[in-house]
Design a protein around this ligand. Structure first.
Ligand SMILES: Nc1ncnc2c1ncn2[C@@H]1O[C@H](COP(=O)(O)OP(=O)(O)OP(=O)(O)O)[C@@H](O)[C@H]1O
Ligand SMILES: [Mg+2]
Length: 354
């Protein structure tokens, strides 16, 4: 039975009967008003999604082919992350009734693409990308700055997640700078991340399936990642010879021991994080790709001199081998912008002098 049959028809029949007997005109007016409002409600329910975002396939296309394409074209040096993330999403989305929410944790040195990838995911998952009402972004440093307020934050966070899942079970939650969060805060998430056939909120009584996605971003485990990659290089191999399993254990141990949101955290101890994704430090070859892309986006073909100038601002480390860019591809855009601006100003001056 659809909404017309359930609500509208009984209202109309009721109105008709009242008219037929016509005992009290006030009642007639009331019933007409009831029928009209039922009709309005029906029309609103039927057409609202044409004008506003709804928790439907149309607004949540979860376009994994698109994501894979974007990774292949724009993400440099992160083959393990690329494959791990795509496979994780494919498995999660293929299952109509997943046994738990998808939980991934991205680890790596600065500027290696953790936020960049989170944005790409949001862009291909939701029609409205990061602007979607179902995409939630928390920053450890800004949103949860004080250790002494951790209980308050826990209450707030619990309510936010519960409300979000009530609105749409296919919500996505990204927690950035987890290492800057108060210890113990993330433990409040464990019930949302854990294995369950379905979840039922005791307070609100509503049930929801495990369709949500949780992503944590942090620099924890970076030292271990860099050290392992350096060892691989010293053994005469490259990053393409590494695999996820080489890093997972190292990351878990590093994250668990380092100060911040994962420090002795239940999220790690209870094994609710499905994938620890390493973001490897970027080498010069990757930084060159990053800066060339930035020039290309500005429709500029850089001279070798311009490329070298940008590179001269990049610090490579750690000592003594200096294999990796310490800030990855961070700030490359700003360096390119400065050089382009200077070149344009110089050429304008040359023109005015000649
Ligand atoms: N692997 C990469 N491939 C292509 N571009 C990259 C890559 N990593 C970083 N970038 C570029 O550098 C910018 C900064 O990267 P991003 O903010 O994702 O770093 P991060 O890993 O989150 O660093 P942090 O740990 O400091 O937060 C991105 O917006 C992107 O333009
Ligand atoms: Mg970041």
């Amino acid at each position: 039975m659809n909404l017309v049959e359930r609500v509208l028809l009984p209202s109309l029949i009721f109105t008709f009967l009242l008219f037929a007997r016509c005992a009290h005109c006030a009642l007639i007016t009331l019933s007409i008003a009831g029928a009209v409002s039922s009709l309005g409600y029906y029309a609103y329910e039927k057409y609202k999604c044409q004008y506003q975002e709804c928790c439907t396939d149309e607004y949540i296309p979860a376009d994994l082919d698109g994501l894979e394409y974007i990774f292949a074209a724009n993400l440099y040096g992160q083959q393990i992350a690329h494959v791990t993330i795509i496979n994780a999403f494919r498995c999660h989305l293929e299952n109509q009734n997943p046994s738990k929410a998808l939980v991934m944790s991205f680890h790596g040195t600065p500027g290696t693409g953790k936020n960049y990838v989170a944005q790409m995911i949001a862009k291909t998952f939701y029609k409205k990308g990061v602007e979607s009402n179902y995409f939630y972004f928390f920053n450890g440093r800004n949103d949860f700055p004080l250790q002494q307020k951790v209980d308050e934050y826990k209450d707030d966070l619990y309510k936010i997640i519960l409300n979000a899942l009530q609105k749409c079970e296919r919500s996505m939650f990204v927690f950035d700078e987890v290492d800057k969060m108060p210890e113990d805060l993330l433990n409040v998430l464990v019930p949302f991340l854990d294995y369950k056939d379905y979840h039922k909120s005791i307070k609100s009584g509503f049930t929801y399936q495990n369709k949500a996605v949780f992503i944590f971003l942090s620099n924890t485990g970076s030292t271990q990642i860099v050290q392992h990659l350096t060892n691989v290089w010293m053994a005469g191999k490259g990053r393409e010879d590494t695999k996820l399993q080489d890093f997972e254990k190292l990351i878990v141990e590093g994250a668990f021991r380092e100060k911040g949101g994962f420090h002795y955290s239940d999220t790690i101890q209870t094994s609710v994080i499905d994938h620890y994704v390493p973001f490897l430090p970027l080498e010069e070859i990757h930084v060159r790709k990053c800066l060339k892309k930035v020039f290309k986006d500005r429709d500029i073909t850089p001279t070798e001199e311009m490329v070298e100038e940008v590179l001269s601002h990049v610090t490579f480390g750690p000592e003594p081998y200096n294999l990796y860019s310490m800030a990855g591809c961070k700030r490359i855009e700003q360096k390119v912008a400065t050089i382009v601006y200077r070149k344009q100003t110089e050429s304008k001056l040359d023109l005015s002098e000649s």
